[in-house]
Ligand binder design. Sequence first.
Ligand code: SF4
Ligand code: SF4
Ligand code: SF4
Length: 291
Amino acid sequence: MKKNALPLFVLLLFTAIGAVVAVLRENRWYFPMFTGIGAMAMVTVILTRRYPRLSQTIRLIQLSGLGIFLFAGLSLRLNVNFQFPQVIFDGAAGIVSGALVQLLIARVTVPLVFGNGFCSRACWDAVAFELADQGWKSRRAGSGKKRSEWLAWGYLGALILLAVVVSRLHNPVYDDEARYWWLIGENIWIIVFGLGLAGLLGRRAYCRLLCPFLTLSGLLAPLSVFKMAPVNAAACTACSLCNSACPMKVDIMAAVQDRRRIRDRQCILCERCADACPKGCLRITAGNPLQ
Ligand code: SF4
Ligand code: SF4
Ligand code: SF4
């Protein structure tokens, strides 16, 4: 992909999404909101290329900026509850709201292009997890278990069951105040529970082991256009620094040695592995979604 094509593509993609959502939702605010998201992402791509040594700092600034922007702008301003049970609440009430639109964009459309990139660039709950990582980095680096699909799907099933029961008892979609407190309460739960898990089980433990959004987008991530890929595999010394740097426990060293792109459901495109590699063996590349 040509030098300026990726930043421009990112801007155009989000602008187009904003235009479609604004029409579908009959709310013009979605257009500037998504265009703003695209502009932020575009600036991040440009800055990361210009200052590669600062790529993690730039990514964290983007994550914080976008995460807070989405939570304040979409959740609080437009009253779109971004968490999973909201889709069930809306479904039980027979309405289509921004929660379903968000699910379709962030967990179906975007993953086909950027995999689980939302998790390293835009998730507001991840802001807390990543900031905690900074303090726990040396102690917890390389620790933690890989995701068990049984556990992850079990958690998603339990969440759906809980949402169905709540929607039968007192569906928050009919009550603005209840809806607002679900929105706040769910995010507080994820952050507090996630930080507790991280303290016990290592970095990004909630994301790595349980998050229902990753369970869904992980199904499509192997088909994304952009993936981590070996670009200088011949130089790999099997030092395993990339594997130790990965918060999601992806065996990226094996992929480099097999000279294949990362098709792991867990990869969140955070580029920590690429930054940890002393030989410059890794980079995000665009390519055939099937490879
Ligand atoms: S896995 Fe879930 S909590 Fe973690 S960053 Fe992704 S969406 Fe956010
Ligand atoms: S493989 Fe690399 S980009 Fe993917 S989650 Fe692990 S460190 Fe991040
Ligand atoms: S950090 Fe680089 S050199 Fe070391 S194992 Fe990973 S890809 Fe190979």
